[in-house]
Design a protein around this ligand. Structure first.
Ligand SMILES: NC(=O)CC[C@H](N)C(=O)O
Length: 231
């Protein structure tokens, strides 16, 4: 698999993402900066988490205007796979590659804690190693992770099976209490209609080794490795 990780001034999760991709694929991803051009022949582009441009204006709003995002949009338009985690999800939304918005957490506080996610859409390049309904632990660390979209958009996302992950409790139920940031309908991650662009707030890349406290996030990277095994 040929993967590239795109960073911006203020990105801080690129090393974790690099470790996760290397662990699952055996190959080091290409590390790119916002001024670089996206090379041809990539299978996957990843926008990792952090505080791009200091979260000024809105989280991800300035990064979405970076030169490299034109290439990322072209790549996605041609059917390329793109993963955005946390600030990366915010950038995908600000760039118009995924619908909705990420508002301040309803607590109005930065939330740094583990959460439990339920896989709502299996069988994609990002989720094939899980069964639908499987739950896994993932760390989250964000101030603006409160997913919002209007009812028509939410109904379309649900109707087309584009909700990838939901916040759930330890019994696997999408309760109010499990939804710490206040995301509408407990949505933690979504997919594009062609299932090739995926964004989520929690960090699967931070649980890919027993030394990190577990491997709950590894299936996402193994799914990607499997999807591009031939490449
Ligand atoms: N870990 C992250 O990527 C944080 C994203 C963003 N800076 C926020 O606080 O919401």
């Amino acid at each position: 698999m040929k993967a590239a990780i795109v960073t911006f001034p203020g990105t801080n999760r690129e090393r974790d993402m690099r470790v996760a991709l290397k662990r699952a694929t055996g190959r080091d991803p290409l590390m790119l900066f916002h001024r670089d051009a996206l090379p041809q022949g990539l299978d996957l582009v990843v926008l990792p988490g952090g505080f791009s441009y200091g979260d000024y204006l809105r989280c991800g709003a300035m990064a979405a205007q970076s030169p490299i995002m034109r290439d990322v949009k072209d790549f996605a338009a041609k059917g390329g796979h793109v993963l955005g985690v946390c600030n990366g999800f915010q950038i995908l939304i600000e760039a118009g590659l995924l619908p909705g918005g990420l508002l301040r957490n309803r607590t109005l506080r930065f939330l740094s804690m583990d959460c439990t996610l339920r896989v709502e859409r299996a069988g994609t390049a990002f989720t094939s190693r899980w069964q639908k309904g499987a739950t896994f632990r993932a760390p989250m660390a964000h101030g603006d992770g409160n997913y919002f979209a209007d009812d028509a958009t939410l109904d379309r996302l649900e109707g087309e099976g584009l909700v990838a992950f939901r916040y759930v409790d330890e019994r696997g139920e999408a309760t109010e209490a499990a939804n710490r940031n206040g995301s509408v309908r407990n949505i933690a991650g979504i997919l594009s209609p062609n299932l090739r662009v995926c964004g989520l707030m929690p960090h699967p890349e931070d649980l890919v080794d027993d030394l990190m406290g577990g491997t709950d996030g590894l299936p996402m990277f193994e799914s990607l490795a499997e999807a591009f095994a031939a490449a």
